[in-house]
Write a protein that binds this ligand. Structure first.
Ligand SMILES: C[S@@+](CC[C@H](N)C(=O)[O-])C[C@H]1O[C@@H](n2cnc3c(N)ncnc32)[C@H](O)[C@@H]1O
Length: 242
């Protein structure tokens, strides 16, 4: 019998050989207004991997942040609204989520978000070293089964890229509500020589950082009695004294 977690029927492969995206690209049929946002706004706001990140924003920002898998875009919109001087790049291959972010951008009048509507791994290598002030990986798909471990987004290669891209003293914010995912996220980042977990007391991982908002995904987890945790890492300086 096929269990839901074993059913890969709506999972699609990605173009380059060896790089496979295991999530959903499409959900329910989009309403006309949402499709209109995708058709009209996405081409204007799409991140261009061939150009330096900083020149893609109206005001060249000193600080650029990346969110990997922004879901419905609630956090990306909140972060961008709180830091109009900074630039935000969001990567999300699920087109319904992209449409949702475009609605937040329109409603809040945001001009500092660029969107990569595909697998984040396709743009990391092309971004310049130390070009990010921080990155967010919030509630990634948990892939709790051992045989699916290779599907987890924070694979060593991705973490190495994030270590290259996040400037010294920059931040890496991780979150999860799934016990297995919490442990693989923590293990991956804690064992990486370039990242330092900043937690000093349990409230540091139990309380949502102020800049973040509860997303639809997070609220569902709480309704289902799963406990969310947040893990804040700092990109170490390379000098041995740090
Ligand atoms: C469980 S959802 C969480 C969404 C959101 N971060 C939140 O907290 O509500 C995980 C998201 O990661 C996205 N995702 C998975 N693999 C990805 C990849 N390789 N690049 C970019 N996004 C990815 C999925 O499409 C999905 O929307």
């Amino acid at each position: 019998m096929t269990r839901p977690e074993d059913d890969d029927s709506d999972f699609e492969g990605l173009h380059p050989p060896g790089l496979h995206f295991y999530g959903r690209r499409k959900g329910r049929k989009l309403r006309t207004t949402m499709q209109g946002l995708l058709d009209g706004q996405l081409p204007l706001l799409r991140y261009d991997p061939a150009r330096a990140p900083a020149v893609q924003f109206d005001l060249q920002p000193d600080d650029i942040f990346l969110e990997i898998g922004f879901g419905g875009g609630e956090n990306l919109a909140a972060l961008a609204a709180a830091r109009p001087d900074a630039g935000f790049i969001g990567a999300e291959p699920f087109i319904n989520g992209v449409a949702s972010l475009l609605r937040h951008i329109e409603t809040r009048g945001l001009s500092n978000i660029r969107i990569w509507d595909d697998d984040v791994r396709l743009i990391l290598a092309g971004m310049p070293e130390a070009s990010l002030a921080g990155a967010y990986v919030l509630f990634p798909d948990p892939w709790p089964k051992r045989r699916h471990a290779a599907r987890r987004i924070l694979a060593p290669a991705v973490l190495d890229e994030l270590a290259r891209l996040i400037r010294p003293d920059g931040s890496l914010v991780l979150a999860s509500d799934h016990p297995v995912a919490k442990s693989w996220l923590l293990r991956a980042a804690c064992s990486h020589p370039d990242f330092r977990w900043t937690a000093r007391r349990p409230t540091d991982w139990r309380e949502r950082p102020q800049a973040l908002v509860p997303t639809r995904y997070m609220k569902k987890a709480e309704r289902e009695s799963r406990i969310p945790n947040w893990f804040l890492f700092e990109r170490r300086r390379t000098d041995p004294a740090s």
